[in-house]
Design a protein around this ligand. Structure first.
Ligand code: PLP
Length: 377
């Protein structure tokens, strides 16, 4: 089954003939008095609607097991909950700000050693120790769209007995399937493309490893950061249009990147693979498209605030992946926790803006960008 068919057809209520799955809101479920058992017991542990969503999540990622959480950060925290005191995690210094905060401000105080590296692409055997438990990867990276070779990281990590966790939020299983490249776990902020309408917070974990799956089920039950039934139902519905939305958003993003690259008021445009031919080759070998997020640098003589004020369509807001275009300034909005030096090292300049492209008509988006660039001169 192709992914657009799977997104629509995985859940059909054959019992009632309903074309959409039922929404079960029950917090608790009747049990057998003799065994005190049943298919469901209490909503936090599992419930029929969340279980249905989790099946779709697994199908989209080519996984055996799927888990839905209240936010992307709850999913990442649950993934990290497998760590023990003394374990080491390797991450890119430019990792998503919330993940940086989780590791640096929370887990570091509880016996975990985070190791932030400038570029996961340059990681070698010498960087991994017997303590290294997880290598955490985002590719493309945010907001630079730099690419990491997933196959290489998997080989390196597994050689040292470490797990590879990929944050696949920017790609989704539609464009990139890290588990098929050997990664152990995929986490995603479903708040972004999976939801796609900027009105749900949710997170996901998928894996093919039964032992890890048991630990993530425990994390759901023990830590409790689960996705409620109503939001689970809404995600089931939004996922039906995910491949369709992504196709349109990606086509718009490609057209905008091409237009901006020729524009005299733009100093640089960043998309997956634009950093080097090697990164382009790697991205093409592990993903089927560039996605719908790009970043660009205004020419130094332009007034950034005037540009942002003049824009009619992209809202000036954090987040990404929705049908509405959004634009943000990473240096002050998403990566403000980094020191200026760390930002410079990670390629996040004051002139850099990140654009999440929606499904609007691309002619209107390009016209809007052009008039705002003219106003910023
Ligand atoms: C938004 C985001 C997260 C966190 O997700 P929330 O749903 O906001 O908790 C994690 N990783 C990436 C790459 C993100 O963009």
């Amino acid at each position: 089954m192709h992914i657009q068919t799977a997104a629509v057809q995985t859940l059909r209520d054959h019992e009632h003939g309903a074309v959409v799955p039922p929404l079960h809101l029950a917090s608790t479920f009747e049990l057998d008095p003799e065994t005190a058992d049943g298919p469901y017991a209490y909503q936090r542990g599992s419930n029929p609607t969340r279980a249905q969503l989790e099946r779709v999540l697994a199908v989209l990622d080519g996984a055996e097991h799927g888990f839905a959480f209240a936010t992307g950060m709850a999913a990442t925290a649950a993934a990290f909950s497998i760590l023990e005191v003394g374990d080491e995690v390797i991450l890119s210094a430019g990792v998503y700000g919330g993940t940086y905060r989780l590791v640096d401000k929370y887990f570091a105080a509880r016996g975990l050693t985070p190791r932030f590296v400038e570029d996961l692409g340059t990681l070698t055997d010498d960087d991994l120790t017997e303590r290294t438990r997880i290598v955490f990867v985002e590719t493309p990276a945010n907001p630079t769209l730099r690419i990491t070779d997933l196959r290489r990281i998997v080989e390196l990590a597994h050689r040292h007995g470490a797990l590879v966790i990929v944050d696949n939020t920017f790609m989704t299983g539609v464009l990139q399937r890290p588990l098929e490249l050997g990664a152990d776990v995929v986490v995603q902020s479903a708040t972004k493309f999976l939801s796609g309408h900027s009105d749900i917070l949710a997170g996901t974990i998928t894996t093919n490893d039964a032992d890890l799956a048991a630990r993530f089920a425990l994390a759901q039950k023990a830590l409790g950061g689960v996705l409620p039934p109503f939001d689970s139902y809404r995600l089931i519905q939004t996922i039906k249009t995910l491949p369709l939305r992504l196709e349109r958003q990606q086509a718009n993003a490609v057209a905008i990147a091409e237009h901006l690259r020729e524009h005299p008021a733009i100093a640089a445009v960043h998309v997956p693979g634009s950093f080097s031919e090697e990164e382009a080759r790697i991205h093409d070998s592990q993903a089927t498209g560039p996605g719908a997020v790009l970043s660009f640098e205004l020419a130094p003589e332009l007034d950034r605030v005037a540009f942002l004020r003049a824009l009619k369509y992209p809202a000036y807001a954090v987040s990404l992946g929705g049908v509405e275009s959004l634009i943000c300034h990473p240096a002050t909005m998403t990566h403000e926790a980094m020191t200026p030096e760390a930002q410079a090292e990670a390629g996040i300049s004051q002139e850099l803006l990140r654009l999440s492209v929606g499904i609007e008509d691309v002619a209107d988006l390009i016209e809007d960008l052009d008039q705002a660039l003219a106003a910023a001169r």
